[in-house]
Design a protein around this ligand. Structure first.
Ligand code: SAM
Length: 159
């Protein structure tokens, strides 16, 4: 991986300040679908174990790379449609994945700068990656939620 380290500490470039206070286990000895997906998309946020699993998947499903690209392109087209044609201003992205640009908030806020976005993913590496694109958004109309959104969804579903 070649990303720069915002904290000046080698090997911690992916961590937010909150992560530095509360370390999370990335389980880099096990492949994770978010990091395999990032590998398919040509990203840089993956470990050898993810690349190995991704290559073994490609051996039996050669379209995995194209499927990932098509899936992400669909997400961007859908977001732009919802913002432009349906007037949606709040987005909850469950299963965000490691972000590429444009990501959902850029697509939504490119149409509607006041659109609000919450990202959620169960890969502990994704929040740091999402925070890594914050500098591009002067409005900061988005957030990261690892628990509050889930509680609110459950409350909504079960009354
Ligand atoms: C196929 S990727 C989709 C990425 C992105 N939404 C896109 O459209 O390109 C699926 C993502 O869902 C996440 N995921 C899988 N199970 C999940 C769960 N139970 N809760 C939250 N995220 C989950 C994975 O970590 C992965 O990042």
């Amino acid at each position: 991986m070649t990303s720069t380290d915002p904290h000046g500490t080698p090997g911690t470039w992916w961590k937010t300040k909150a992560d530095m206070r509360n370390p999370v286990d990335l389980k880099t000895d096990q492949p994770h679908s978010a990091r395999m997906y990032d590998y398919y998309l040509g990203g840089k946020d993956h470990f050898p174990v993810d690349r190995d699993a991704a290559e073994r998947t490609l051996a039996v499903f050669p379209n995995a790379r194209i499927a990932a690209q098509a899936n992400r392109a669909f997400m961007i087209r859908t977001t732009r449609h919802l913002a432009a044609q349906a007037g949606i201003r709040q987005f909850l992205d469950i299963g965000t994945g490691i972000p590429t640009s444009p990501n959902l908030h850029e697509a939504a806020q490119g149409i509607a700068p006041d659109a609000r976005v919450v990202y959620a993913d169960n890969d502990p590496m994704v929040p740091g990656s999402v925070h890594g694109v914050e500098g591009r958004d002067p409005h900061r109309q988005r957030g990261w939620d690892s628990g509050r959104a889930r509680r609110r969804i459950r409350q909504g579903v079960h009354g």
